[in-house]
Write a protein that binds this ligand. Structure first.
Ligand SMILES: [Zn+2]
Length: 893
């Protein structure tokens, strides 16, 4: 799955995932039963929002038993039978085309053919999402076939088999990860219980159907006005990767390495599929070579779904996406939108090997899926689009992940995940960002080709099966001959970020200490003695493995310039001796890469928040990079100055900080000149970054230009200066009136381009006039907004200082309605956004409100939000006088 990035709150990474309703107890299946094959016939009724299911499951019993327990949720059971031996269809399935009529008789029909078939009594345990089938006569050990007739509902909660709507019609689509296949078919719904699947869909005559594999037969009937679509048998795979979609999809088609690739959307949007198709074709070819294992399915479909909770989902051979993550205008689309699509396609396709072909044994090792896909998406997208700065994005992302991981309430990469709530909450910045960074650190240490060979061996050994963390790092250790197992274990099993401190050294040895870093003042830190095995890679000096007990970094070159995180590939914070730091800062622009400069800024900013260094020292460093030729570095510095304004400064000091930004950066902006046909991308990026920062700081010339750019845009004219359009609209909206709001609302409601629609929707949250904030909040819970977007709109208003009080009052007053109408994920998003408050009063309100109204899958999110508020309060108390002093000394009024 790919986390959807619609919300970025300073210092917070918001974790998403499908969410279960209510609290559910730990509930693994009892074991002793292994499924081998499912035969499913599903007949949806889109109008009634229901479906009928008929399935047979071939299982193997380890011992004789009178009961079999499997997973089922919101399923109404009909006839259930079992008999010893194989089903008639299971052996005949592979490669044989069956008539639609025969096919339709599979489930129940097969049961009639078995002479020793017996009926089951079904007992439901709704809390455990399980059904127990009890039989009068003991079933023998060995092969048993179950035949189950059942009914289910097409829900509106974006999970299981659910309903999605456009203006034109209804669709039935699936999202099973993590634990929702059980809502579509009774199943042994755990990742290690792999089986093969035959899927048959009985749909309306004019409807299309898509599933994991290619269609092997499509015939009219059985009822008038219906047709029956039979899909080829899948390879062995986990239940959470099964998928099907019913409705009216149109596709663009291509082929790579003999594999048919389609990118599909609702008919009005098929024109936006070309870019993703090109990306998918190139990525498939690259991955075939990288993994040294050919893509394991005969076809690959990538399908955009109008209502979709996550960013995308890697169903084997049938990847589903939020529309914004797959559809973009190949010619006119914004660069940011294209980047997102290329990256998401690369992420989900990496899962076809890492996740689908080889799957984690259990959800506690979810990081094996998500960490790898997160790392691979950047590698592949950067290779395909070398000018799009993916490596810089990765450096920015690692910085924010380390901030998230430096809280007291973080978790280890591998952590308990037993209940659906715990499993869903583990789709967070640790499983994605941190695990991805750790994998990148391993590759950087052992070398690209050695790492690739390790990946190939691991995948080959576990193809169509399951694996654990140990399997991965033992293989990498064996192939590389390095202590990858020790290194990875220390990062995967211990929570938190290492801080590595270097002392002044002589010759070839440098004193070094390490410990766990907390983004909090020393007095509030827990004590502990965590230590890691860390490959420390020196600038121009190779990597040295620092073990927990070591206090000297030996074999260093003793060169005058010492920088201990080459390429910004290491997942650790650094602190240097005074002399080392002075040399680094003095040479930052000439000797450090862009990623290293981003890392340096991040480390100093983090140390300041931990009360090591003052806000003034950090501002000196940030102003020192004001003429940096790279926009990402500049943006990083300005973003942190913005955080000082929001989290540390008083109202009076906020004005003085604005003046400082105008004074220091105004000249740099003017020096960049105007945009034009021959402007370099880098210059345009720098101008955009400074335009936005100066506008926020109240620069009158920039604000006047923002108004004229926005007016032209709203009047339907092509913007004269494309680089600053987004920033201009955001700036003007902050002070915008009802007339402008109306225009933006109309775009949000009528745009057919998903990217433009989402931009407009998000721009609504920029308006700060109280009556417009109220309108956006009301709009968020109205039927005009898709349920996947409700929580995001509220969370965005809640995360900004200017609107958070009003948004909080609304949340408190309208909670019942929000809970009822939004997807449960929205609740977790809102809890996370509440962490942007910075007062003791609000903290207490947040604690008591969510104490009284617990939110599913948001237990850790709440703890983190409270942590974050506490840290902000402490930071303000410690640094606010420092800030005033520094501003006094730097000429502010
Ligand atoms: Zn993923």
């Amino acid at each position: 799955m790919k986390i959807w990035r619609g919300l970025a709150v300073a210092g917070l990474v918001v974790g998403l995932g499908g969410v279960a309703a209510g609290r559910v107890e730990a509930q693994r299946l009892p074991g002793g039963v292994r499924p081998e094959h499912y035969s499913l016939t599903i007949t949806p009724d889109l109008k009634a929002a229901t479906f009928a299911g008929s399935e047979t499951i071939d299982v193997v019993l380890d011992a004789p038993s009178k009961t079999i327990t499997l997973n089922a949720a919101e399923i109404e059971f009909g006839a259930v039978k079992a008999w010893a031996g194989e089903s008639a269809t299971a052996t005949a399935n592979a490669g044989i085309l069956r008539s639609a009529q025969n096919d339709n008789q599979r489930g129940g029909g097969a049961a009639n053919g078995a002479s020793d078939a017996q009926d089951a009594v079904v007992t439901l345990d709704a809390a455990k999402e399980q059904a127990t089938l009890t039989f009068a006569r003991t079933l023998p050990a060995g092969r048993v076939t179950l035949a189950i007739e059942y009914k289910g509902i097409l829900n509106d909660k974006l999970r299981g088999f659910y309903l999605s709507k456009t203006k034109a019609r209804r669709y039935g689509v699936t999202q099973f990860e993590a634990t929702d296949a059980r809502r579509a078919f009774p199943s042994f719904d755990e990742p290690a219980l792999k089986a093969t699947f035959d899927v048959t869909l009985v749909v309306d005559a004019n409807d299309t159907a898509i599933s994991n594999t290619q269609i092997v037969s499509d015939m009219a009937g059985p009822a008038p006005g219906k047709h029956t679509v039979v899909f080829a048998q899948t390879p062995r795979m986990s239940t959470y990767l099964v998928a099907w979609l019913v409705g009216d999809f149109k596709c663009s088609e291509g082929k790579t390495d003999g594999v048919a690739i389609r990118v599909c959307a609702t008919p009005d949007k098929v024109k936006l599929t070309r870019f993703a198709l090109d990306s998918a074709k190139e990525t498939l070819h690259d991955y075939d070579r990288y993994f040294g294992i050919k893509y394991p399915m005969a076809k690959l479909d990538l399908v955009a779904v109008p209502d979709f909770e996550a960013g995308a989902m890697e169903n084997f051979g049938c990847i589903t996406f939020r529309e914004t993550d797959l559809l973009v205008d190949k010619k006119a689309g914004a660069l940011a939108a294209k980047k997102e699509v290329a990256e998401t396609v690369a992420h989900e396709m990496a899962h076809q090997w890492f996740g689908d072909l080889v799957t984690m044994e259990w959800w506690d090792n979810l990081w094996l899926n998500e960490g790898f896909a997160t790392w691979m998406e950047t590698k592949e997208a950067a290779k395909a689009h070398p000018k799009w700065k993916y490596d810089q994005d990765a450096a920015v992302e690692m910085d924010s992940t380390m901030d998230e991981d430096a809280g007291r309430t973080t978790r280890a990469i591998r952590a308990r995940a037993e209940t659906p709530d715990e499993i869903n909450e583990s789709f967070d910045g640790i499983a994605y960002g941190k695990a991805g960074a750790v994998i990148g650190m391993v590759e950087n240490w052992v070398g690209d080709e050695v790492f690739r060979r390790g990946v190939h061996e691991y995948l080959t050994e576990h193809s169509y099966g399951n694996a654990t963390a140990e399997d991965f790092w033992n293989t990498q250790a064996r192939v590389s001959g390095l202590a990858v197992d020790q290194m990875m274990r220390s990062f995967v099993e211990q929570p938190g970020v290492p801080l590595v401190r270097f002392g002044s050294g002589v010759g070839e040895a440098i004193p070094v200490t390490q410990g766990r870093f907390f983004l909090a003042a020393p007095t509030t830190r827990p004590v502990g003695n965590a230590a890691w095995t860390i490959p420390i890679c020196l600038k121009d000096g190779g990597c040295k493995l620092l073990r927990p007990e070591e206090t000297m970094l030996t074999g260093t070159t003793g060169a005058a310039f010492f920088y201990a995180n080459a390429g910004d590939k290491g997942y650790y914070r650094t602190d240097y001796s005074v002399g080392q730091l002075k040399a680094i800062v003095a040479n930052a622009e000439t000797k450090l890469t862009v990623e290293e400069r981003i890392g340096l800024l991040g480390d100093r900013w983090a140390l300041m928040q931990a009360s090591e260094g003052s806000v003034g020292e950090f501002l000196d460093l940030a102003l020192g990079v004001k003429a940096d030729p790279n926009a990402t570095v500049l943006e990083s510095a300005l973003g942190k100055i913005g955080a000082i304004k929001a989290r540390i400064a008083t109202d009076g000091d906020r004005k003085r900080l604005d003046e400082l930004v105008r004074r220091e950066f105004g000249g740099v902006y003017v020096g960049l000149g105007k945009g034009g046909r021959h402007e370099s991308d880098e210059n345009a990026d720098l101008r955009e970054t400074l335009f936005e920062a100066l506008g926020r700081a109240g620069d009158p010339k920039v604000l006047a230009e923002a108004v004229s750019v926005t007016n032209a845009l709203l009047a339907g004219q092509k913007p004269a200066d494309a680089a600053v359009v987004d920033a201009a609209v955001a700036l003007v909206a902050a002070k915008g009136d009802a007339a402008m709001y109306e225009k933006m609302l109309r775009v949000a409601q009528t745009a057919t381009d998903p990217d433009l629609k989402e931009d407009a929707l998000h721009t609504l949250t920029r308006f700060q006039a109280p009556e417009l904030v109220a309108r956006t909040l009301e709009y968020a819970v109205s039927d005009a907004v898709r349920s996947q977007d409700r929580g995001t709109l509220i969370a965005r208003l809640l995360s900004r200082r200017e609107t958070q009080d009003q948004a909080w009052a609304f949340v408190e007053q309208h909670w019942a309605e929000i809970e009822r109408k939004a997807t449960e994920n929205s609740g977790a998003r809102i809890v996370a956004a509440a962490g942007a408050f910075c007062t003791v009063e609000r903290r207490d309100e947040v604690v008591s409100f969510f104490g009284a109204h617990p939110v599913a899958s948001a237990e850790r999110a709440l703890a983190k939000s409270i942590d974050s508020i506490n840290d902000c309060v402490a930071l303000r108390a410690a640094q606010e006088p420092e800030l005033r002093q520094w501003l006094d000394a730097h000429g502010g009024q």
